[in-house]
Design a protein around this ligand. Structure first.
Ligand SMILES: Nc1ncnc2c1ncn2[C@@H]1O[C@H](COP(=O)(O)OP(=O)(O)OP(=O)(O)O)[C@@H](O)[C@H]1O
Length: 348
């Protein structure tokens, strides 16, 4: 096991903090050189990150990237093979068995006893966690389950099960909430409900780790993300940092442009140099950040004022890094801090 005082590792973990995270809250979860091997298979390799209270961290990656393994390690269900994991300041390696960590967990597949009612299940967990019984009624109301409180779970829809699962996870007001693909199979309203609840918990100071494949949903809710590939950290940071790291172009769409204006436009060297994705119904170009101001200036000169220019989405960024897994050097971590600094640290 490496130790907290391992300076280089400690520094590396710090580089993965978002700027926002560093300016508020205490460290809720911290991983230093975390590895997990299942026999000879390395499910997670040298993972470093830090999550602060009141922050949401999105865990992204392909199937089998190691997301659930990380969540299970934080829960103490799976032991790291190497490295250190701190939850609420306590090393999980040296933690006393009776040390009380304030964790909430919504597993990927919520499975409770089907012949119990929602009220019975929450009351059971309340007793287990030493939570006052009146909290059960509050949560049933808050999670829209009061009308169904006496129904057996076998009659519950997927969305109702997820609500109950989340109610169970937040029963004891956890300081760290772990959500493993919580919106799979939910309709847009149910997903919105879940994210709304997450926002409330976050505002109360809860640190949230959410593993998800639904990038469009998590993009606006997360403070930072870890992008995992084949058990390695491919990139980390908040959305703007991930955009900068990936160096993906913005997408320009012209909403109203005459054929004459279009011809004029593509005859300009600047526009001719851009990737043109235009089709019969849409006029679209990829615009690298360095050319954005120039492109906008040219559009105004051509009296084209109706256009939108959108930076890379989390989905674009994710696909970029997944595509990179097949390229050489794919295992290099891209963090929010520039390589230049890393080089300086290496030299030092
Ligand atoms: N108990 C285990 N024994 C052996 N291998 C395991 C075990 N648990 C997980 N793995 C392997 O570790 C890798 C990571 O699994 P994990 O469940 O963490 O992935 P994931 O990113 O959560 O995937 P998904 O998006 O499909 O849920 C996979 O290759 C998986 O087969």
């Amino acid at each position: 096991m490496s130790h907290f005082s391992n300076d280089a590792r400690h520094k590396q973990a710090l580089t993965l903090m978002t700027n926002e995270a560093s300016s508020q809250g205490q460290v809720a979860v911290k991983a230093i050189g975390l590895c997990k091997r299942y026999a000879k298979f390395e499910a997670l390799t040298d993972l470093n990150f830090e999550l602060h209270t009141g922050q949401t961290l999105a865990l992204l990656g392909h199937n089998g990237a190691g997301k659930s393994t990380l969540i299970k390690m934080i829960l103490g269900l799976v032991s790291p093979s190497h490295g250190e994991l701190f939850v609420q300041g306590q090393s999980l390696h040296t933690k006393r068995p009776n040390a009380n960590l304030s964790l909430g967990y919504l597993p990927e597949n919520v499975s409770f006893y089907d012949n119990m009612t929602a009220q019975e299940i929450l009351s059971y967990f309340a007793r287990l966690k030493g939570v006052a019984p009146k909290r059960v009624s509050i949560l049933l109301e808050e999670f829209g389950l009061m009308a169904a409180k006496d129904k057996r779970l076998s009659t519950f829809s997927k969305g109702m099960r997820q609500r109950l699962g989340l109610a169970q996870a937040v029963l004891a007001d956890p300081k760290v909430l772990l959500l493993d693909e919580p919106t799979v199979g939910l309709d847009p309203l149910a997903s919105a409900f879940l994210y709304q609840k997450m926002a409330q918990l976050k505002a109360q100071g809860c640190a949230i780790i959410i593993s998800t494949h639904e990038l469009g949903l998590v993009q606006d809710q997360m403070d930072s993300a870890l992008i995992l590939g084949q058990g390695r950290l491919l990139a980390a940071g908040d959305l703007s940092q991930l955009r900068a790291i990936s160096a993906l172009p913005s997408q320009l769409e012209l909403h109203r442009v005459s054929p004459w204006q279009y011809q004029q436009l593509i005859s300009l060297p600047l526009f001719a140099s851009l990737q043109n994705h235009s089709s019969a119904n849409r006029v679209c170009f990829s615009v690298p950040d360095a050319l954005k101001a120039k492109v906008i200036e040219q559009l105004h000169l051509l009296k084209i004022h109706e256009f939108s220019i959108a930076p890379a989405s989390l989905q674009d960024i994710f696909h970029h890094f997944m595509a990179g897994l097949n390229r050489p050097n794919a295992s290099a971590v891209c963090s929010a801090v520039g390589e230049e600094q890393d080089q300086r640290e290496l030299v030092a």
